[in-house]
Design a binder for this molecule. Sequence first.
Ligand code: SAM
Ligand code: SF4
Length: 326
Amino acid sequence: MPQLKDNFDRKFEYLRLSITDECNFKCNYCLPEGYQRSHQDEFLSHQEIKNLVNAFSELGTKKVRITGGEPSLRKDFPDIIKSVSAIKGIQKVATTTNGYRLQKDAQQWFDAGLDAINVSIDSLDAKTFHLITGKNIFQKVMDGVNACVEAGYQQVKINSVLMKGVNDKDLDLYINWIKTHPIQLRFIELMQTGDNADFFDKHHLSGLWIKEKLLSEGWVQKIPLSHDGPAQIFSHDEFEGEVGLIMPYSQDFCKSCNRLRVSSIGKLHLCLFGEEGVDLRDLLVDASQKEALKERITLALNDKKESHYLQSGNTGATPHLASIGG
Ligand code: SAM
Ligand code: SF4
């Protein structure tokens, strides 16, 4: 089986596929004014998605994360899960969601073949949650997390972007929560995008602060597994849950990059930050174009850069992460 690789010997077994850039939340660091459509393109159709993932699976992709915008806003989301999980070679299908539909739909997605869920919960305080997301539905999202556990998901992860002066005070609440809950918390350091420069300057908080706190409280950094990608994972004997830190500004973050992205309008992005994307859409029309599609993807990998150069203020062409999926 061929395996997608780049010129720096990084292997790509993981595809993040955005199926819509639309969202119903107004997270203050992502879409503070709410979603505004900035293009006329249709989102990838169910059939285009099948053609795309088929080609990726023949290039060694084993895991697909369906993301957005908010992926669950698409009515055909369960059908997409079902089709992607049925593709030969795809061993794991995951999603990242804001949790809006979780309470109602977690079981349906599980039955369709979804293996893992990341739920974004940026505060454990209902008021702060409302302030960040624009939605006063903290309890509904938490009930959704419980619905995932009941549905039988092996893995429920919680994403949180900790920000100075916004929700940094919640860190202890999060840590206490996982004392008795087998959840992996993933703290994602706020990233600067094209649209959030002022917000970033005011609220960016280095993940090193969390790392130092964890180490001083007896948490131990685990030896990274190949599929962890750039996350640093910590565990503690007295806690059922784990903590993962995603620190894109740390040195060597890009060395363990294992993922490629395709946007909801069919562009291949070699990095979350950086380029306009390689258009794949003309090769998604018919399953018979698979070989040409595989060739275009393989050739594109030659252009993947060694680093995102975020440290030097590069925000690439990404206005906000809803546009190509975080
Ligand atoms: N709407 C879904 C959600 O929020 O989970 C999926 C898409 S969202 C773009 C994916 C992840 O990216 C979320 O966990 C979100 O917190 C994160 N994210 C968005 N903008 C970010 C930024 N500027 N810096 C760091 N993380 C960001
Ligand atoms: Fe929507 Fe997710 Fe962006 Fe929040 S982080 S605005 S839920 S896409």
